[in-house]
Write a protein that binds this ligand. Structure first.
Ligand code: BT5
Length: 274
């Protein structure tokens, strides 16, 4: 049964986040094409501080990676983008998927510790007992803003399915993982404001981690590792193998049945049984 959307408690969120590195500036819009566009507008000017968060209740053109879409009914999800200004090269660009993925895990553990959550390389948050059949509850989209060949800002987009009913989840085409929401998995609605606060705090915390610690934490939560996978590439080709490791900059190492080791830095993987 669809849950009546509870609005964000923006006063509570602003009070909780005002003195931290992420969410000190919290701009809520009921509807936008995409929170990524709001953050991009901020990146083009100089008045909005790094760590500002654009939050929406619904997006008319929510986007995933590689021109894909992100769909969520109004008031059901956490949909936000974080502006990170790369002043002095301060932003760990290649490790942002690790920061965002670990922060999503922390936020979910905060509101629904009973759920079994893990990460699928490179940017999916999954819930389930068995990685091969786990469902996708959230995704990460990292975009760079470049000026004169230099990355001046990064924008971290996060979509987390919170209170959608099973009927409200989108239908996806394989090899995309079956969608789910926290409410479907937990059996009760979750507080989006609590999630927002926990997520922003966790992003701030993981941004402070030293690289080796961050990579080690990410590696330990990647359900992809040690599993047979199929890597799908942008040109339509695919390679099957065993996901054996990740590199410090986040590439996935796949060992093929012939014993070759491939380093995959962009693309998608699906997890296979057996
Ligand atoms: C992602 O892309 O998973 C990144 C999603 C990022 C969304 C956030 S929302 C806030 C911010 N503003 C935006 O406009 N975007 C970011 P990707 O791995 O390419 O996955 C996209 C695919 O996931 C789609 O092609 C569908 O198959 C599937 N999908 C779409 N909506 C979904 C949902 N709500 N839950 C689970 N899967 C979904």
């Amino acid at each position: 049964m669809p849950v009546t959307p509870a609005p964000f408690d923006l006063v509570q969120a602003a009070a909780a986040l005002s003195s931290g590195p992420i969410g000190h500036t919290l701009t809520y819009v009921e509807s936008t094409p995409s929170t990524m566009l709001l953050a991009r507008e901020w990146a083009a000017g100089s008045s909005v501080r790094s760590g500002a968060v654009a939050l929406a209740d619904v997006q008319s053109a929510g986007r995933g990676r590689l021109s894909r879409t992100w769909e969520a009914p109004a008031g059901s999800a956490l949909l936000l983008s974080i502006l990170l200004r790369n002043e002095g090269g301060a932003v760990p660009l290649e490790r942002l998927p690790m920061v965002a993925g670990l922060a999503m895990l922390d936020a979910v553990a905060h509101v629904a510790p009973e759920l079994d959550a893990g990460l699928k390389w490179p940017n999916d948050l999954l819930i389930g007992d068995d990685p091969a059949t786990a469902r996708k509850v959230g995704g990460i989209l990292i975009e760079s803003v470049m000026v004169g060949g230099i990355v001046t800002s990064a924008i971290v987009g996060i979509g987390l399915n919170v209170n959608q009913s099973a009927a409200e989840l989108p239908t996806v085409e394989p090899p995309a993982a079956e969608p789910t929401s926290l409410a479907v998995e937990a059996g009760h609605p979750l507080d989006r404001t609590e999630l927002l606060i926990a997520l922003c705090r966790a992003v701030g915390g993981h941004l402070q981690s030293d690289p080796a610690t961050l990579v080690a934490r990410w590696r330990s939560r990647l359900w992809t590792l040690g599993r047979p996978v199929v890597a799908h590439f942008g040109n339509g080709s695919a390679t099957a193998g065993l996901a054996v490791d990740v590199t410090p900059d986040g590439a996935l190492i796949i060992e093929t049945p012939e014993g070759d080791r491939l380093s995959v830095s962009a693309g998608d993987v699906s997890l296979r049984n057996g």
